[in-house]
Design a protein around this ligand. Structure first.
Ligand SMILES: Nc1ncnc2c1ncn2[C@@H]1O[C@H](COP(=O)(O)OP(=O)(O)OP(=O)(O)O)[C@@H](O)[C@H]1O
Length: 641
C-alpha cells in the first residue's frame, strides 16, 4: 500500500482500495460524520499519487466549495457546480448541440420547445453569432438555454454521442460528487450509464447522505446503482460523528429512517470532544400558544446565555425566506418580487388561456391592439366567492396605482412581465470574472445594489485595498487630493438615512463610487414596472436584505443551512398549512408518505447542524406531539414558554 495512505481515515483507506480496483464508490454517512472532510482527504491523496491526473469535484453548498477550495488549491483540481461542469464539457460541440436542441424541440414528448408555428428546420440556429449559450434565463429562439434545458440536452448528447463520454473521461480521470443525494437523476444517468458507452476508464466517487436529500429534483439515493459486482457502485459507510455532542447524536439516530446509527468518534481531537470525552450538549423542546418567537429568544438569552447578535455561531432556522422577510426587515422587497397583485392577476389570465387550450374550451379572442385592461375585462375572472378578481384587486388604493401603470399597455407586452423571488434572494454568488459560469439568478438591478453595498461595506470595515479594487473610482486616484475626495464621497454615500434605492443609485453614480452601467440602463428599459416599484423602497431595507444574504443575520432557511454547523441552533417548526411539509405528522409518524419523508429529512438536517445547543420551537403542539417530544427530548427538556 502507498505509505501515506496509512495516515488516512479507515474509510478513506477503503476508498483507495476501490480506486485500486477501478470501482466507482459511494461514501455514505450521517450528518457530521466528516464526509466533506474525507472528500478533501481523497482529493489530496489522489493528486499526490497521480500528479498528472485531472480531478473534477462537483458540489452545491457555498460552505463546501469554500472548504474544498481553501484546503486543496491545485491546478489539476476543478471545483464547480454540476451545471457548470456539464456545460464546460458540451459547449464546444456546437454542431451536436444545435441538432440535439432542434430534434428535442420537434419531439412533442420532451419539455424543450421553441415557440414557432411550424416544425423547426435543421438550419434554424445556423446564423447565431455566439452559438448556443447557457445563461440564467431561457430564450431558446436565440439559442440560450438555462438550468432545466441544460440537463435534458446534456443527457441526450451523452446518450447519443459516445465520443463525448470518451473525451470527458480522458480529461478527468477522477470525478467526485459531493452531496450526491440532491443531484438530479439525469446527472447520475450520464455518469453511470452513458459513460459506459465509451471503453475509456475513469473513476467516479459519490459522497453524501440519503437522509439529507431535501430537494425534490434530487436522486435521493443510489440504491439502483449500488452492488457488489465490478460494474456497480460500492458503498462504504461512515458511522462516527465528529460534530455533535452526545444528546444531539442520540436524537438524530431516532430521526433517521435508515439503518445508519451514529456513534461519537473515537478521535480525541474531534470538534465534539472535550478532554477526551464526547460533549453532552443540550437539547430543548420549547412550545407556546401564541407563537411569539421573540419571547423564545428572550428566554434563551436570559436563561441560556444565547447571543443572537453572534450570527456566526447562533442561527434561527425558518422554513421559508418569506417567514424571515419580516424578521430580517426586507418585507417590501419580498412582496414586490413574490406577490405583486397585478402581475398575479396577469398570471391568472395566462393560466386561464392555457387551460382553455388544454380543455378545448372556446378560445377568447385577443387582438394585437388589446390593452391589458381590455383582456382582463374579456376574461372576467372570479375568485371562489364568485367575486370579480379585478374588483377585489382595485378595492385597495395602492393596487389601483399599480394597475393604472399597466392597464393601458398592450397585453402582448404585459404578459411578458415575469417576477420571481429568485431574482431577489438567490444567494449564489456571481463570479463577475468568469463569463462562462452561470452564476446567481439575481437580476441586474439587485446585482447593481449589491455592488454599491459591497463598496460601502468594504470601506466601513476598513478593507480599503478591496474597496479600491471594487469601486468604479479606482482609475482616478492619482494624488492625495483625489484620495480625499473619494473619502468624502464614500462617507456621504454611507449615510443613507431614509434615502430611496433610486436616490442611492444616483448618488453612487454621481460620486463615481459605482457607475450606472449598460446592464442597469437596459434593465430599467426592459423592466420598467419592476424598476419603478423597487426604486421607491428605502435603501436601508436593501441593506437588511444584503446582510441576510451575506449570512450576517441570525436567520437562515432550513434548506440553505445544509452543510453548515453552528454552536446554537434554534429550529422553528411552523405548521402553517404547507402542502409539502407537516411537522405534526412527523412527530406522530403519520400522513402522506412523501410529505412525511420530506419533513423527516428537513428536520434531520436542521437538528444535526448543532455543535453545542439545539432548541426546537413548536407553536401550539397537540398533546400527542408533546408526548412524542417528551420521548425524544426527555421530560425535563420539554418546556412551555
Ligand atoms: N478526520 C477528521 N479530523 C478532524 N476533524 C474532522 C475530521 N472529519 C471531520 N472533522 C470535522 O467534523 C465536523 C463535521 O465534518 P463534515 O462537515 O465534513 O461532516 P459531513 O459529514 O460533511 O456533515 P453534513 O452531512 O452535515 O454536511 C467538521 O467540523 C469537520 O471539520
Amino acid at each position: 500500500m502507498v505509505e501515506e495512505r496509512l495516515n488516512l481515515e479507515p474509510e478513506v483507506q477503503e476508498i483507495f482500495q476501490c480506486i485500486d480496483n477501478k470501482r466507482n464508490f459511494l461514501l455514505s454517512g450521517g450528518a457530521g460524520s466528516g464526509k466533506t472532510y474525507s472528500l478533501v482527504q481523497v482529493i489530496r491523496q489522489v493528486i499526490s499519487e497521480n500528479p498528472t491526473a485531472k480531478v473534477a469535484c462537483m458540489t452545491y453548498t457555498n460552505a463546501a466549495v469554500k472548504e474544498i477550495e481553501e484546503r486543496v488549491n491545485h491546478k489539476n483540481l476543478n471545483v464547480s457546480t454540476i451545471y457548470d461542469f456539464l456545460w464546460d464539457n458540451i459547449k464546444h460541440f456546437q454542431k451536436e448541440l444545435k441538432s440535439t436542441i432542434i430534434a428535442l424541440a420537434n419531439d412533442e414528448n420532451t419539455k424543450i420547445s421553441i415557440d414557432e408555428d411550424d416544425s423547426i428546420p435543421a438550419n434554424y440556429f445556423d446564423e447565431l453569432e455566439k452559438g448556443i449559450q447557457y445563461k440564467e434565463f431561457l430564450k431558446l429562439k436565440e439559442g440560450i438555454i438555462s438550468h432545466d434545458e441544460l440537463l435534458i440536452i446534456a443527457n441526450h448528447l451523452f446518450e447519443n454521442y459516445p465520443k463525448l463520454s470518451a473525451i470527458v473521461k480522458d480529461k478527468y480521470q477522477f470525478i467526485f460528487i459531493d452531496e450526491y443525494q440532491d443531484t438530479n437523476s439525469v446527472v447520475v444517468e450520464i455518469l453511470l450509464n452513458h459513460f459506459k458507452k465509451s471503453e475509456k476508464k475513469n473513476l467516479i466517487g459519490f459522497f453524501g447522505d440519503a437522509m439529507q436529500s431535501i430537494y425534490d429534483d434530487g436522486i435521493g439515493n443510489l440504491d439502483q446503482y449500488k452492488g457488489n459486482t465490478a460494474d456497480t457502485v460500492k458503498e462504504l459507510k461512515k458511522t462516527q460523528n465528529r460534530r455533535s455532542p452526545r444528546k444531539i447524536i442520540n436524537l438524530a439516530n431516532r430521526l433517521r429512517t435508515d439503518d445508519i446509527i451514529q456513534e461519537p468518534s473515537t478521535d480525541k481531537n474531534a470538534p465534539n470532544m472535550l478532554a477526551g470525552q464526547v460533549k453532552e450538549g443540550n437539547i430543548l423542546f420549547l412550545h407556546s400558544h401564541d407563537g411569539d418567537i421573540s419571547a423564545v429568544k428572550q428566554y434563551l438569552t436570559a436563561n441560556h446565555k444565547w447571543n443572537f447578535d453572534d450570527s456566526k455561531e447562533t442561527k434561527e432556522l425558518n422554513l421559508t425566506h418569506n417567514l424571515i422577510a419580516d424578521k430580517a426587515g426586507f418585507r417590501t422587497l419580498m412582496d414586490i418580487y413574490d406577490s405583486d397583485p397585478v402581475i398575479g392577476l396577469k398570471n391568472d389570465v395566462l393560466r386561464k388561456i392555457k387551460d382553455n387550450k388544454k380543455n378545448n374550451n372556446p378560445e377568447i379572442e385577443i387582438s394585437d391592439n388589446d390593452s391589458f385592461d381590455a383582456v382582463v375585462d374579456k376574461f372576467q375572472l372570479k375568485n371562489r366567492q364568485r367575486q370579480l378578481k379585478k374588483d377585489i384587486l382595485l378595492q385597495n388604493p395602492i393596487n389601483v396605482e399599480l394597475y393604472n401603470q399597466l392597464k393601458d399597455k398592450p397585453f402582448s407586452e404585459v404578459r411578458k412581465i415575469y417576477l420571481s423571488k429568485d431574482a431577489l434572494i438567490d444567494d449564489k454568488k456571481q463570479d463577475e470574472d468568469d463569463e462562462n459560469k452561470k452564476g446567481s439568478k439575481r437580476d441586474n438591478l439587485i446585482k447593481h445594489l449589491f455592488k454599491i453595498q459591497s463598496n460601502i461595506m468594504l470601506y466601513q470595515v476598513g478593507r480599503y485595498n478591496e474597496f479600491l479594487r471594487a469601486t468604479d473610482y479606482k482609475d482616478k486616484i492619482v494624488n492625495i487630493a483625489a484620495k480625499r475626495i473619494l473619502k468624502d464621497n464614500i462617507e456621504s454615500l454611507i449615510n443613507v438615512g431614509d434615502k430611496t434605492i433610486e436616490d442611492v443609485i444616483y448618488d453612487a453614480n454621481e460620486k463615481g463610487i459605482c457607475l450606472v452601467d449598460d446592464k442597469l440602463k437596459d434593465f430599467k428599459v426592459k423592466n420598467e414596472y419592476l424598476y419603478n416599484r423597487v426604486k421607491e423602497v428605502q435603501y436601508s431595507e436593501f441593506q437588511k436584505l444584503y446582510d441576510y444574504l451575506e449570512g450576517k443575520t441570525p436567520f437562515s432557511t432550513q434548506h440553505k443551512t445544509k452543510g453548515t454547523e453552528f454552536e446554537n441552533v434554534l429550529v422553528i417548526l411552523d405548521n402553517g398549512g404547507w402542502n409539502k411539509y407537516n411537522f405534526e405528522n412527523m412527530f406522530l409518524n403519520t400522513g402522506t408518505e412523501s410529505v412525511l419523508e420530506r419533513t423527516q429529512k428537513i428536520f434531520y438536517v436542521c437538528c444535526t447542524r448543532t455543535k453545542e445547543n439545539l432548541v426546537v420551537f413548536y407553536y401550539n403542539p397537540s398533546p400527542q406531539v408533546i408526548a412524542k417530544a417528551t420521548e425524544w427530548f426527555g421530560q425535563e427538556n420539554v418546556i412551555p414558554v
